[in-house]
Design a protein around this ligand. Structure first.
Ligand code: FAD
Length: 435
């Protein structure tokens, strides 16, 4: 039988059909499109819990894309396999004219794409990759002397000065104009993948304009719904970053600054991949952390006796989300008050956060620990009680997650603030001196 001629659109961190650069270019090719998604066995090994909110989120969006494509007698071809096996099989079954995908800047993904590129090259199949996940990829925003920015403020200034209309182009194409390969796809179930569905809080991929327009006023108060909650959508590309920036430019400049932080950390991970495992500022490798496992467990479970820290950790455990202000407080508490290596906290967040993103998580943990580029100085130690008074004045956030915090019998703090502060200053000073 003659093989069908197709172009493959390989979806990864861009789980949407709207305003998707790779999909747009595949449509322009004029060949029938074969949409593809791979539940990569090599990656799923890292998601070992039976209930994983992220796998469930991805699954839901693949089903959604598949349902949308059914209207055009098509679907998304979905595999549970390794990437190399899938491409072997696809090239056996189809006459592939080209493969289209959007760039992914994480070290593991870059390696995977290199291998796919060389496999496809051996078969004479072009592999087109596009910038879709960010406005500026690593290496596009550089200092006058050609080196990378390691400080956010000048980076953001340059980012803004280089932004043009072209960067914000809307790549949406009417699906009725696209030519799809006709087939029927049944998406493998979550259970077949080895997961169980859990109650997934509804995760938005819609922009709430009322929130964005008042973002600068309310973003710091965890008891108020004052932030976009779009982290997960941005992570998995169920919303387009260009759409967010178009709206930020109109509605709220402070929100735009946050989107630029995301790109700042993305370029750091891309240009300095050693930060994945090591401190950006190597002298911080000299800090002698206590790494007490019992303290770590108390922190993970939200049992430190500091109600704001406990509220944050319990919110994280229950929902997969934590407000940014509280993320900073719990992270500082772990690293400074408990003297536990930031990598332990980073790994715990990586397991729990729905919006987990390697570059943003790592960048922010290193920022809090003082060892990152443009990081908070080591002597900046949040006082969790004062933070609660300032940012959760009426206690409504703590009431929600730690209802017993107002009671007399609420647990004793795991460590006294003043003592912990002085201990941290001492350990950091010594560690930085010795290295
Ligand atoms: P909004 O406040 O509405 O901001 C809009 C978007 O801008 C976010 O969705 C996110 O994509 C981006 N953004 C905002 N703040 C930051 C920031 N400081 N750094 C990078 N991007 C930012 N963010 C992640 O997306 N993934 C992570 O794994 C992650 N880990 C973090 C770990 C720690 C210790 C800390 C202090 C922060 C972390 N952040 C992370 C940044 C920030 O807390 C979240 O992006 C934010 O809370 C998500 O809520 P939102 O979608 O309502 O964001």
């Amino acid at each position: 039988m003659r093989k069908a001629e197709v172009v493959v659109v390989w979806f990864r961190r861009d789980l949407r059909l709207e305003d998707n650069v790779a999909f747009y270019h595949a449509v322009q090719s004029g060949y029938p499109i074969l949409p593809l998604f791979i539940f990569d066995k090599d990656i799923l090994e890292q998601f070992s819990q039976v209930e994983d909110r992220r796998v469930q989120y991805i699954h839901e969006h693949i089903v959604k894309i598949n349902d949308e494509l059914k209207k055009y007698n098509s679907g998304i071809l979905c595999y549970h396999s390794t990437v190399s096996q899938v491409f072997e099989q696809l090239t056996d079954n189809y006459l592939i004219k080209a493969v289209y995908s959007n760039e992914d800047y994480e070290p593991q993904a870059i390696q995977r794409d290199r291998e796919v590129a060389s496999f496809l090259q051996r078969k004479n199949i072009p592999f087109y990759q596009y910038k879709d996940h960010v406005i500026f990829r690593g290496g596009e925003i550089l200092k006058q002397d050609g080196t990378a920015y390691q400080v956010y403020t000048p980076y953001a200034k340059k980012w803004r000065s280089l932004l043009t209309e072209n960067h914000l182009f809307d790549y949406s194409v009417g699906l009725e104009k696209a030519l799809f390969h006709h087939f029927q796809s049944d998406i493998i179930s979550l259970e077949q993948l080895g997961y169980r569905s859990s109650e997934n809080r509804k995760i938005t991929n819609e922009i709430d304009l009322a929130i964005i327009s008042t973002y600068d006023q309310y973003r710091d108060y965890p008891g108020i719904k004052g932030t976009s909650l779009l982290g997960t959508a941005l992570r998995f590309g169920t919303i387009s970053i260009r759409k967010c920036v178009r709206i930020a430019l109109k509605e709220n400049d402070v929100w735009l600054s946050e989107l630029i932080w995301r790109e700042f950390f993305s370029q750091i991970m891309y240009l300095y991949p050693t930060v994945e495992k090591h401190c950006f500022k190597s002298k911080y490798e000299g800090i002698k952390y206590r790494n007490n496992e019992e303290d770590f467990l108390a922190w993970c479970e939200g049992n430190t006796g500091y109600p704001l820290v406990d509220a944050g950790m319990r919110e994280l455990n229950a929902t997969g989300f934590m407000h940014n202000r509280v993320r900073m407080v719990v992270a500082s508490f772990l690293v400074k008050h408990l003297l536990i290596d930031w990598r332990w906290g980073e790994a715990y967040f990586a397991q729990q956060l729905l919006d987990y993103d390697l570059a943003s998580n790592n960048g922010n943990w290193q920022w809090v620990a003082g060892c990152g580029c443009d990081a908070a100085p080591y002597f900046r130690i949040f006082n969790p009680t004062e933070q609660a008074k300032k940012f959760d004045k009426d206690g409504s956030y703590m009431d929600k997650w730690v209802p017993e915090w107002r009671e007399l019998y609420y647990r004793q703090p795991i460590v006294e603030h003043k003592f912990a502060r002085e201990r941290a200053l001492e350990v950091f000073k010594e560690g930085l001196k010795e290295y």
